[in-house]
Design a protein around this ligand. Sequence first.
Ligand code: SF4
Length: 69
Amino acid sequence: MQNEFQIEFGLSKQSDPEKIEQDLLKLIPKEYIKDVNHLFVYHGRKICDSRKPKCEICPINNLCDKNIV
Ligand code: SF4
């Protein structure tokens, strides 16, 4: 899961899973941590389609290196 965040969203520049986790903990509010896996799966299905991402409506487009807006 953590490497998906790194690869798909560019939310961390790290390759060590523990360092990726620390980067994500800085970005994601504590109240969402327990649901983060479900949130990212849902996000991938509804917004960040690999063939045609909807960057223009993406709530994290200000954080994403792959933003095409
Ligand atoms: S900005 Fe675009 S590429 Fe980045 S997470 Fe959002 S939809 Fe995906």
